[in-house]
Design a protein around this ligand. Structure first.
Ligand code: NI
Length: 389
């Protein structure tokens, strides 16, 4: 199950994780974390370190013989949340917390680098370990790394996320679309304001906005194939200032979540047609903006199978959970624009120790016992992908 190296390194792994947990940093501001990781990586012989972006660090490990080049990615940023746990190693930074478990991701990958660096004689090819900044804040750190060229020559990429949805000792696996593409729309309905007693002299943007909001509800129900999961949510409506004045403008803001590329591509046009049709009927004007967030993480079938086999051979068949798509976004998708990838959910839920709170919550607690599973998986994965012919 666990190799000796992993069990031996476990105390250090937890120390690394707690050190980072105490010093969380927001997206694009991970200077201390980057220094910490660079220093620890610097102690490992045989690595080449790169700093292609302002924060974040890449460690390159070349095997003894030639072979394929793969990339592993761990994100390192924290969230603007005030920690509300009573843990001795709780965040010491007011208003910032590792509430998504990225401290664990970075620590696991650091441990994997250390173990694999000692096994380079057995490796054919190259591993790039990406300690990636800014996963939590679009446009995201992954796109910056891609832009900086760190994926040149890489033929497969792997990522992992701790999850309090699944019990420790299990892995959530899914071939195909795993996370949703998360996009935003902003609609400005421009009417003509005036006295509430004389609506016939106005173009009422409130009534028009109400029709648009109702119209948008038909998109998922009537315009998208029933087998295709999608969400269109209006989350902000703003307009009006007095009880007896028809305002000049109303703004409507919301988000869409899709899995299918084609659905994501056509959705803005579908939304805008509804807006434009209703506005034309009302005699109102409009402004429509659609901004892309992260694309969907889509797991490659062959790499998913390879990852599944690694998990099964290490921890048995029961350790693999076939999971449904996940609604939260994930910027790992940017790296998959370059090459196929596999992203796995690492179970870290433990009822006995009370580690059940969801991520992005001020009381989030990770089951640290899950970390060694992640390290064992990463080491076995790299050894199997760089095993040579
Ligand atoms: Ni996260």
């Amino acid at each position: 199950m666990f190799s000796e190296e992993v069990l031996e390194l476990e105390p250090r792994l937890i120390e690394w994780r707690r050190a980072m947990h105490q010093r969380p940093e927001l997206s694009f501001e991970e200077s201390w974390t980057t220094e910490f990781l660079t220093e620890e990586l610097g102690r490992i012989p045989g690595l080449t370190l790169q700093r292609p972006t302002k924060t974040g660090v890449v460690a390159v490990l070349r095997g003894a013989r030639p072979g394929r080049t793969i990339a592993l990615r761990a994100d390192i940023d924290a969230l603007p949340i005030q920690e509300e746990t009573d843990l001795p190693y709780a965040s010491r930074v007011p208003g910032v917390m590792h509430a998504c478990g990225h401290d664990g991701h970075a620590a696991m990958q650091l441990a994997a680098v250390r173990i694999l660096a000692g096994q380079r004689e057995q490796l054919c090819g190259e591993v790039r370990f990406l300690f990636q900044h800014a996963e939590e804040l679009p446009p995201g750190g992954a796109a910056e790394l891609l832009e900086a060229g760190v994926m040149e020559g890489v033929s497969e990429v792997y990522g992992m996320h701790l999850s309090s949805n699944f019990p420790t000792g299990t892995f959530g696996v899914r071939s195909g679309a795993l996370t949703s593409a998360t996009d935003r729309f902003d609609i400005r309905v421009i009417g003509k304001g005036g006295h509430s007693a004389f609506p016939e002299t106005c173009v009422d943007p409130i009534v028009t906005a109400a029709q648009i909001i109702t119209g948008l509800q038909t998109v998922v129900a009537r315009r998208i194939r029933a087998v295709e999961p999608a969400v269109v949510s209006v989350c902000m409506v703003q307009g009006g200032q007095a009880y007896n004045i028809i305002p000049g403008e109303v703004t409507i803001t919301g988000s869409t979540r899709t899995f299918d590329k084609e659905t994501r591509r056509t959705l803005p046009g579908v939304l805008e047609r509804i807006v434009s049709g209703i506005c034309r009927t009302a005699g109102a004007d409009y402004d429509f903006r659609f901004s892309h967030g992260y694309a969907s993480v889509v797991n490659d079938a062959a790499l998913t199978q390879a990852g599944r086999q690694v998990i099964q051979s290490a921890f048995g068949e029961a350790a693999v959970l076939e999971i449904d798509p996940l609604m939260p976004g994930e910027d790992f998708s940017a790296l998959q624009e370059h090459c196929p990838g596999f992203f796995v959910e690492l179970g870290a839920r433990n009822e006995e120790t009370g580690c059940t709170v969801p991520h992005h919550n001020s009381r989030y607690r990770m089951d640290e016992a899950a970390l060694k599973y992640g390290v064992e998986y990463l080491c076995r994965l790299v050894r199997s992908r760089l095993a040579g012919a």
